[in-house]
Write a protein that binds this ligand. Structure first.
Ligand code: NAD
Ligand code: DAU
Length: 334
């Protein structure tokens, strides 16, 4: 690929992916279309801004005229842009439906018109819903249970329909929970690390025994690249780190790493409709030659260090809009 359109490239995974792709492919040109919502942050890509191969466009994926104007010369679309936080979707689903569903439709239509060679629909393991004892396979039914995951499931299947109906070469990675640098500090790991640094309580929902499968963001970026290059048309690929942990285990790991006491753990009211466990069977993408290269222990250590060393990055994010949302939604301080 010579030129790709990345949407949502100023967010957590998108910014890690753009940095990875520019490093890996010296001749690649990247256009980043991002609305810069509360979750989008130009600082995430400060180091690549001056690169002549990189172009940033501030705008909305729902803006059909803007998307149309960006398509000439684009060979692939890597579509990360979304409203991504489950708690926000519970409080106010509107933007999730608009961006995650309608925005995806706008991009698919433009890609179809322009004969794009590859459309990577970034999906999530949450589309399967919760499972107590099995690992989801790509062919399992989708049973999303939050407005966020339902909007992602709609986009996932809409993208698939563009392969079946119009032969737009769509590929759909469904990854598990990512962690690493530049993650907005409303998500479990960056919220708890930054709270613990400041000796603030860590609000564990319910009994803290919900399980997520954690993947280091760099491993996910490699998986996205692999399915972009080698994934089958219309195919879905589960992308999991193979690190199932309860939220309490994650919390204690963070506290241990920072040398902080477990007395910071505070059990708070559970999330409405809180999925108990996500787990993925990743045999299909492993068959393409991918496997996670980072151990959970080492990558968590690096992640905690990154937030400890980059206070200037997260300090200002934990104020303003974030504080307003937090107090409104949780009726308490973060
Ligand atoms: P994020 O919230 O950090 O970033 C989302 C980005 O999208 C932001 O830069 C934001 O400004 C941009 N955006 C939002 N609405 C937009 C719009 N209408 N037009 C243009 N840009 C818009 O999200 P993330 O955690 O990096 O997730 C990226 C993608 O990966 C999402 O599609 C998410 O569903 C998916 N995903 C995330 C995880 C995870 O653990 N974070 C796991 C699986 C899948
Ligand atoms: O599984 C992939 C998904 O992972 C992505 O599709 C989503 O975009 C991403 O946000 C993430 O969703 P989760 O709901 O799993 O992530 P979150 O970090 O919000 O929560 C992780 C777990 O921690 C979950 O069980 C809820 C719990 N939690 C979270 C927060 C923010 C707490 O106990 N306390 C908290 O304050």
């Amino acid at each position: 690929m010579k030129k790709i359109l990345v949407t949502g490239g100023s967010g957590f995974i998108g910014s890690n992916y753009i940095r990875y792709a520019l490093n890996r492919y010296p001749a690649l040109k990247v256009v980043n279309l991002d609305k810069l919502t509360y979750a989008g942050n130009p600082e995430n890509l400060r180091d690549v801004e001056a690169d002549s191969r990189y172009r940033f466009v501030k705008g909305d994926i729902c803006d059909e005229a803007l998307v149309e104007s960006l398509m000439p010369g684009i060979e692939a679309v890597v579509h990360f842009a979304a409203e991504s936080h489950v708690d926000r979707s519970i409080g106010k689903p509107d933007d999730f439906i608009r961006t995650d569903v309608f925005g995806t439709f706008v991009l698919l239509e433009a890609s179809r018109r322009h004969g794009v060679q590859r459309f990577v629909q970034i999906s999530t393991d949450e589309v399967y819903g919760s499972t107590d004892d099995s690992k989801f396979r790509e062919t399992d039914p989708l049973m999303p249970s939050s407005p966020y995951s339902a909007s992602k499931a709609a986009a996932d299947r809409l993208a698939y329909s563009y392969w079946v109906t119009y032969k737009l070469p769509v590929v759909i990675p469904r990854s598990s929970n990512n962690y690493g640098p530049f993650q907005y500090p409303e998500k479990l790991i960056p919220l708890f690390v930054t709270n613990a640094i400041d000796d603030k309580p860590l609000p564990v929902y319910g009994d803290g025994l919900n399980v997520r499968d954690w993947i280091y963001v760099a491993d996910n970026c490699e998986a996205v690249d692999l399915v972009l290059q080698k994934g089958g048309d219309g195919e879905v690929y589960n992308v999991g780190g193979g690190n199932e942990r309860t939220n309490l285990e994650i919390t204690k790991t963070i506290l241990r790493e920072l040398g902080k006491p477990e007395s910071l753990i505070t059990h708070v009211k559970d999330r409405e409709g809180h999925d108990r466990r996500y787990a993925l069977d990743t045999a299909k993408i492993r068959g393409l030659g991918w496997q996670p290269r980072h151990s959970f222990e080492a990558a968590m250590r690096d992640t905690v260090s990154w937030y400890r060393d980059n206070r200037a990055w997260w300090d200002k994010l934990k104020s303003g809009e974030y504080l307003e949302f937090y107090k409104r939604h949780y009726q308490r301080e973060p």
